[in-house]
Design a protein around this ligand. Structure first.
Ligand SMILES: [Fe+2]
Length: 261
């Protein structure tokens, strides 16, 4: 598992420092309890896992999806730095949780899309994970997501695994993307407030000559999750309604269409 705040050695000199400066890592970004309390009422919306979680994890599962193992050639696409914290309903950090992400490559193909595997960018890791520490922070370097057939809203899948709890999934969307309004999964999330919990701005990383972007996405688990004396999470959390959304099975990850396989 990656160490907290692990930055890949392949990152260009200066990039890490710029990134830290830009986001105020460890300082202003994570000491906004007052602001947090006001928006705390709304836990992050659950969203379907979809059909493209890798059935077999890649050998490299670290938090840098742009470089596979020690490769020299990076993935093709717009680089995006994702940061945030995993929090419980009281705003307390959730530690010892595994945050997993997966998303399409720069041309819209998933690592687990077997039908289109020959088109997948072998330099894109496609999946990554991060173990939260005492502050609940996470960091990923990945691609800004793009559309793919069946989904008009670019998104990054998240799965949260905590001891003693079923895995919980959501998807992160790009604020202002015109495809959001036409996307079946996005529309099914609920009202505008619920959608806002999974929609974030991707902003240019200042000083980056490569057009890198950054997004900050705190994930707030449901109202009753809490830690017991052993540090395990107990109690419920917002998740999929029984039997899937609206009484039926989850319709998959492609806007209600059959999986593209
Ligand atoms: Fe997807």
């Amino acid at each position: 598992m990656p160490n907290p705040l692990h930055f890949p050695p392949a990152a260009r000199p200066g990039a890490r420092r710029r990134f830290l400066q830009q986001l105020g890592w460890g300082a202003a970004l994570f000491t906004v309890r007052g602001a947090f309390a006001e928006q705390l009422a709304r836990p992050t919306a659950w969203t379907t896992e979809g059909p493209f979680y890798p059935p077999k994890l890649p050998l490299d599962t670290d938090n840098d999806l742009i470089i596979v193992n020690d490769a020299i050639t990076p993935a093709i696409g717009e680089i995006a730095h994702l940061t945030g914290r995993l929090l419980d309903a009281k705003g307390e950090p959730v530690r010892h949780a595994t945050i997993e992400i997966w998303a399409v490559d720069g041309t819209g193909v998933y690592l687990a899309d077997r039908a289109n595997q020959s088109k997948f960018d072998a330099n894109f890791q496609g999946f990554g994970r991060f173990l939260t520490g005492s502050t609940g922070e996470y960091y990923f370097r990945t691609l800004k997501p793009v559309v793919y057939p069946g989904r008009s809203a670019p998104h990054i899948h998240f799965k949260i695994k905590t001891k003693g709890q079923p895995a919980w999934t959501t998807q992160l969307f790009i604020k202002g993307h015109p495809g959001n309004e036409r996307d079946g999964v996005y529309q099914e999330i609920g009202d505008a407030q619920a959608r806002a919990t999974v929609t974030r701005e991707f902003t240019p990383l200042k000083g980056s000559t490569l057009g890198e972007q950054a997004a900050q996405f705190d994930i707030i688990l449901g109202a009753t999750a809490r830690e017991d004396e052993q540090g395990n999470l107990r109690g419920g959390r917002r998740g999929p309604p029984p039997g899937g959304r609206r009484g039926g099975p989850p319709p998959g990850d492609n806007g209600g269409n059959p999986p593209r396989q």
